[in-house]
Design a protein around this ligand. Structure first.
Ligand code: 5RP
Length: 226
């Protein structure tokens, strides 16, 4: 059973006619976009904003109408994957390098649905290296400042080339080990000049859908007010 697929397809059940949908990035979000495309072919009327050029291309191929922020008020529901989800439903994202657009979209929707397979669920964030998007100018010093927060870091390289995000920036993968206080770390990283954003998504997920290898799907609704 494809655990990523069943979680992603379950999330698509929440999409109704006339909604504006945020489309995530990665191999789990892929299944959500494919399923949404099928529903569009069968008459569902939605528009969407994608979190990467890759997802934009996939959406276009499947017949989903794409819009920009100037065309809409608010996004109704965003469906996206994650690299790690902790017990408080905080996330590490950005394994696919799309964290900045993913955060902008997640922060602009009424409901942010996170879809993962069971392997992404952890007690504490941090085993997965935290991706941080930084501008090219002065990147050497920005990396030193990130390392002063207690991580070992690597400039992301893909296919033997320095990886460049859809926004023209670098990604630094930061190995912090166990992250005790995600909010505090997010805040410390965000004030470093040169940092655009980090893959720490704190108190953002409204619903987490977990697919299991045996075909089970678990769902958690997160209420940050209680
Ligand atoms: C991309 C992301 C992805 O959501 C994250 O990397 C999970 O990817 P996948 O669904 O392929 O496991 O944050 O920037």
């Amino acid at each position: 059973m494809n655990a990523k697929r069943i979680a992603a397809e379950r999330a698509v059940d929440y999409i109704d006619d006339n909604m504006v949908v945020g489309l995530g990035t990665g191999s789990t979000a892929y299944w959500a976009i494919k399923k949404l495309g099928q529903r569009v072919q069968s008459g569902l009327n939605i528009s969407a904003i994608a979190t990467s050029m890759k997802s934009e291309e996939l959406a276009r191929e499947t017949g989903i109408k794409l819009v920009s922020f100037s065309d809409i008020g608010e996004i109704d529901i965003t469906i996206d994957g994650a690299d790690e989800v902790d017990k408080d439903f905080n996330l590490i994202k950005g394994g696919g390098g799309a964290l900045l657009r993913e955060k902008i979209v997640a922060a602009s929707c009424k409901e942010f649905i996170v879809v993962v397979d069971e392997s992404k669920m952890v007690k504490h964030l941090g085993e997965f290296p935290l991706p941080v998007e930084i501008v090219k100018f002065g990147y050497e010093i920005t990396i030193k400042k990130l390392e002063s927060l207690g991580c070992e870091s690597h400039l992301r390289v893909k296919d033997d080339k320095v990886f460049i995000t859809d926004n023209g920036n670098y990604i630094i993968d930061c190995h912090f080990g166990k992250i005790e206080d995600p909010k505090n770390l997010r805040n410390k990283i965000s004030i470093i000049p040169g940092v655009v954003d980090s893959g720490l998504f704190v108190n953002m997920a409204n619903r987490v859908i977990i697919g299991h290898q045996n075909g089970d799907v678990e769902e958690f609704e997160v209420d940050y007010k209680s």
